[in-house]
Design a protein around this ligand. Structure first.
Ligand code: IPD
Ligand code: CA
Ligand code: CA
Length: 267
């Protein structure tokens, strides 16, 4: 990690690394559980909760007054009303459950309603993506920039595909049908946190998805912005966490992609 980061970011990194140790161990166990009749479902829920508990304990120890928005534990008010941690202890649960090594821990810090720090950590690749307001975005110690591609025809675009139990299958199919003939490739990782981090790193040229929650997106929003990217909700507004929808890309590709998604019928 670089000397550029604040003490608060050190706290976030320590919490993520501690949770990652047990999460990685549990991931190893999941492979054994695939063959059992019961399957790894309950085990994964327990791993998820364990990771959240560790993160919560570590963050509380370092910053006792801050509140929380936790995926599993919900909203927890702190005595310090201006700071709130937004945490997804395991983003990419379906991957984790299936033994696919694409998942991440997501921690963001909100100050007076604005995200000021974000971290996405993939314990398997040991890639730590982090950003702080005004300081830039980094992977481990290396500065990140979004991709500079200007042509959709050369762009690799990532998305999230609605699964069983979701209502927006038809709408997503329209968006996909409109975008796929115009781009170099479409990807689906199964982790919103990784998708946003990869846009910040210039690996994906763009990412869009709807039906998300604040803990999926909070860290990624600051990662992409600090990497020089443009992030909006799918109504082209700034209420990304509230709407739970996102288009993250560079300044040039944002407009044409937003137009395509709107034409196809956004969420
Ligand atoms: C999910 C992942 C996935 C996205 C889903 C999210 P989870 O989070 O980010 O990529 O498509 O909408 O719910 O459940 O793995 O924490
Ligand atoms: Ca998630
Ligand atoms: Ca999760």
């Amino acid at each position: 990690m670089s000397s550029r980061h604040s003490p608060t970011l050190t706290v976030m990194v320590q919490a993520a690394r501690k949770a990652a140790r047990t999460l990685s161990r549990d991931f190893g166990e999941v492979e054994n559980l695939q063959v059992s009749v019961k399957g790894p479902g309950d085990f994964v829920s327990a791993a998820d909760l364990r990771a959240e508990e560790t993160i919560r304990e570590e963050l509380t120890r370092a910053r006792p007054g801050y509140g929380f928005l936790l995926e599993e534990g919900g909203a927890v008010e702190g005595s310090d009303k201006s700071h709130r941690w937004i945490v997804d202890p395991l983003d990419g649960t379906t991957n984790f459950l299936h033994g696919i090594p694409l998942f991440a821990i997501n921690i963001a810090l909100e100050r007076e309603g604005e995200i000021v720090a974000g971290l996405t950590y993939n314990p398997i690749s040991d890639e730590l993506f982090w950003a702080e307001k005004g300081k830039g975005a980094f992977i481990n110690d290396k500065r990140l920039r979004v991709a500079a591609r200007r042509d959709l025809s050369q762009s690799v675009v990532c998305t999230g595909i609605p699964h069983i139990g979701w209502k927006n299958h038809a709408e997503f199919s329209r968006q996909l049908a409109t975008i796929m003939p115009q781009v170099a490739g479409i990807r689906r990782t199964g982790s919103c946190a990784i998708d946003m981090a990869f846009v910040a790193a210039g690996r994906f040229d763009a990412y869009w998805e709807s039906g998300l929650n604040a803990w999926d997106l909070a860290a990624g929003v600051i990662l992409v912005r600090e990497a020089g990217g443009t992030v909006t909700d799918l109504n082209n507004g700034s209420d990304i966490l509230g709407k739970g929808s996102v288009l993250a890309t560079n300044e040039t590709l944002h407009k044409p992609l937003m137009n395509i998604i709107k034409k196809a019928g956004a969420a």
